[in-house]
Design a protein around this ligand. Sequence first.
Ligand code: ADP
Ligand code: MG
Length: 297
Amino acid sequence: MSIKVKNISKIYGSQKALNNISFEINRPEIVGFLGPNGAGKSTMMKILTTYINPSEGEAEVNGYNVLTDTKNVQKSVGYLPEHNPLYLEQYVREYLSFNANVYNVDKSRVDEVINLTGLTPEAHKTIGQLSKGYRQRVGLANALLHNPEVLILDEPTTGLDPNQLIDIRNLIKSLGKDKTVFLSTHIMQEVEAMCDRVIIINKGEIVANKKLKEMRDGQEQIVIVEFDYRVEDAFLLKLPNAKSVKNTHDFIYEITFSTSEDMRSHVFDFAHDNQLKILQLNQKNASLESLFRELTA
Ligand code: ADP
Ligand code: MG
């Protein structure tokens, strides 16, 4: 069990930031923690990395309890905080060597993580000379120094330009091949681009916990078709995965399918087999984006 969260709540003064949250991450996978600003993402991540204590509930990382086994939890996780504090006048290699010392990690590991995060061409520069994308790599390299099993990355792609975004996404995806990655974001597309699973949090509560594949499979799609002649609704319902039919205007029909597979070619074949002509054919997809908006509305 990589991460186990059971009935966690966190109250700051009078504000409940997390309300009875539970979830598990069982094996090396990339899980996105998605929610709007203020949802409680960073709070949950700070609890999992032992920076703050929960008000109630229990959490384990790599089998170690965050309250009673903090040292082992810290050994098990690499953490990239939301506002990663970096000393701009420090050189990349100097910064990583310093932290290797703090963590009691062999010096040879510094060059390994520089390599792993694609920092080699920039390693001789000061952190202040680096672009935001490369600074983020320094943060990732730092999180990887002690070769942890679990990576907890708080908004690792926020504020990057489109090219940097693609590079960091690819880097995280490659790290996720043999580590459990738990990353937060407020952008649905980031989850679609990187994650195997998404846990959606809103106002301190979990509103969805699903494999991306299941989310796509669970989706509906509407095909709008205009024929040159009237067709019985019941007849259209014979189409594979057809759930409902609405005759919106003259010979225009809105067919809802319970699949994300593009059903237009089926509608086309249907028309052909039944000597109907198609005057227009369009597909509307309920995207993950709209699902996220619905869930967090
Ligand atoms: P997210 O990372 O999803 O944007 P946070 O976990 O940072 O959300 O914050 C969740 C809620 O808790 C927010 O309403 C925030 O204002 C509040 N909060 C976070 N940290 C503190 C703190 N140290 N003291 C008081 N309230 C806080
Ligand atoms: Mg945050």
